[in-house]
Ligand binder design. Structure first.
Ligand code: 9D3
Length: 258
């Protein structure tokens, strides 16, 4: 899958292809990242990308002209290899990203074969944002990554690239580790333990050493449901529990003394 990122800070975004799961995916050619810097599309000697807001007030706004040229160049390059190239603007005003939205991006990217690919163009703002007419002219969708204030869209673009990449076929080593993600089921994960058996007097739960795979799976599900109930009850409302799950939750609450 190809990502084209429009950013004043390409070195920040490029880090995503240099390390970790996304780095390996890039090395193996499963993802491709192209950064486009609006500063390279300016024509004045100072290479100006921002200006003062009409109406006054603090902060600066990214100018329309160089951004338009950048977006159109990125779209043209992406459409040379992709059937479509949606422009996604990262902004606090966007719809909040969740795992369902990520799965939908992957669906459009993957169900299509090589000459029917869907590229993504990720547009990152800096300063107070971009001239509204860019959104009107060129933006297809506007996404936020959560209710907190960032300094620009780059971390949002990197979040989207990371979350999409790990769902692409062939990226994760273990075949179903992406499928097993608890968020696929709207549940938090259970606890994890590795050697040694005792850390500063704290033991590994005995069931995990029992070798009884059915009991282990049931314990893990009980923990996942119990932790979700206690920490993120908002997730359970969407995901009404089966009678088996309700029994596991009761067991969890008895054991935790609540
Ligand atoms: C404090 C500045 N604000 C004035 C009321 C508005 C504002 C402008 C620009 C707040 C943040 C930003 C830059 N943020 C992003 O570009 C951004 C973002 C975010 O801040 N939170 C969550 N998701 C995203 S995606 C892009």
């Amino acid at each position: 899958m190809r990502f084209d990122v429009i950013t004043l800070l390409p070195e920040l975004v490029e880090a995503v292809t240099q390390v970790g799961v996304t780095g390996r995916a890039a090395t193996r050619g499963l993802i491709e990242l192209h950064c486009w810097n609006p500063r390279d599309f300016t024509e004045d000697v100072h290479r100006t990308v921002d200006d003062r807001p009409y109406g006054g007030g603090p902060g600066m706004v990214m100018k329309a002209e160089s951004l338009l040229k950048t977006i159109r160049a990125a779209r043209k390059a992406s459409l040379a290899v992709n059937k479509t190239a949606k422009v996604i603007y990262l902004s606090p005003q966007g719809k909040q990203l969740d795992q369902e939205a990520v799965r939908n991006f992957v669906k459009s990217a993957v169900q299509n074969t090589s000459d029917d690919q869907q590229g993504l163009i990720l547009l990152c703002g800096r300063y107070e944002g971009i001239d509204e007419r860019i959104i009107e002219l060129e933006v297809d969708e506007e996404w936020s990554i959560g209710d907190y204030v960032l300094s620009g869209g780059e971390l949002g673009a990197m979040v989207i690239i990371d979350a999409i990449t790990r769902l692409l076929p062939g990226v994760l080593g273990h075949k179903d580790s992406a499928k097993q993600d608890s968020f696929t089921e709207n549940l938090l994960d259970c606890e994890h333990f590795t050697r040694p058996e005792v850390v500063e007097g704290l033991q590994v739960p005995a069931v995990l050493k029992s070798g009884d795979h059915k009991a282990i799976a049931q314990w893990r599900r009980k923990q996942a449901i119990g932790r979700t109930f206690q920490r993120r009850s908002d997730l359970l409302q969407e995901n009404s529990l089966s009678s088996e799950d309700k029994a596991l939750l009761k067991e969890y609450l008895n054991e935790s003394g609540s």
